[in-house]
Write a protein of this length. Sequence first.
Length: 342
Amino acid sequence: MSQKKKKVVLSGMRPTGPLHLGNYVGALRGWVRLQDTHQCYFTIVPWHALSSEYTNPKVIKEYTFEVALDWLAAGLDPEKSVLFIQSEIKEHAELHLLLSMITPLPWLERVPTFKEQQQEIQDKELNTYGFLGYPLLQTADIIIYKAEVVPVGEDQAFHIELAREIVRRFNRFYGKVFPEPQMLLTEVPKLAGTDGRKMSKSYGNAIYLKDTPETIKKKISPMVTDTRRKRRTDPGEPDDCPVFTLHRAFVPESKREELARDCRTAAIGCLECKKVVIEALIEEFAQFREKRAYYEKHPDLVWQIFEEGNQKAREVASQTMEQVREAMGLRFPSGNLKTGKK
Ligand code: TRP
Ligand code: SF4
């Protein structure tokens, strides 16, 4: 049987600091699994961070390092996947520029995240050229590796759809250079943070992958549960319990169903029920914390791993760009001429 070529996967993450459980179940956990079946490229994207953090760009490097630590600790493996830093591959910028020439402005203006984020984030001027072009830069990230599969959450669906439209347009104008990337939707169970709202770094309610067992306990123990359970003897409803969103992501199904039954009959108390998810988290991340601590003590090793990834990525990206320039009629004879030195 002939070996089938592995499909190319690409996904990216903005460097926004240490990853929380929502980032983990929404992306990283699935990426780790994809590594065995696909040729994966995973990139940390400083330029995307810059599109909104341009007044305070100094934090981006530190945040990139934090994300890199979490990636390696959680099991992204440089032996299997290409792990790299987007802004170190200048070819992305060239492709972004070329794509900007063929992209009708309304395509970008109608991306829902563009208007939404502008309204939501009042303290930043986001009516910029770069912010409007955010999904176009994302398109460049994806197609420069000819990625066929892009694992992302629902919030990115429009961006991937736009990438597909741009690929079709490019291929129609200049010949088929890029495959149309497909979205691989990661089912993201909505995780509640410690205050019951959606877990988010900006709400200050997040549980981080790097949290110690004590911190995890301290964060989850006082969490509000289903408000119907005023007394231990009051039955509850797991579907209305913020803590149970964590159970859904981290407690194996059979145990989880038992807990749900016992909640509905008041056979179990909330403290006991919380203990199960606390222990599941501590166990799932035990190895993780050790690995993270090791890499944290060896930053040179981390940067070296990513530099090797950058080199692999650059090689592929520069080959694609040769094809793009050829297709668009942008390869000039001057590149092949000898200079006039005597
Ligand atoms: N926009 C993505 C996010 O905020 C990050 C990202 C940048 C990305 N480039 C990408 C995701 C390429 C997938 C593919 O989550
Ligand atoms: Fe939530 Fe568990 Fe308490 Fe039920 S028993 S309300 S699921 S913490």
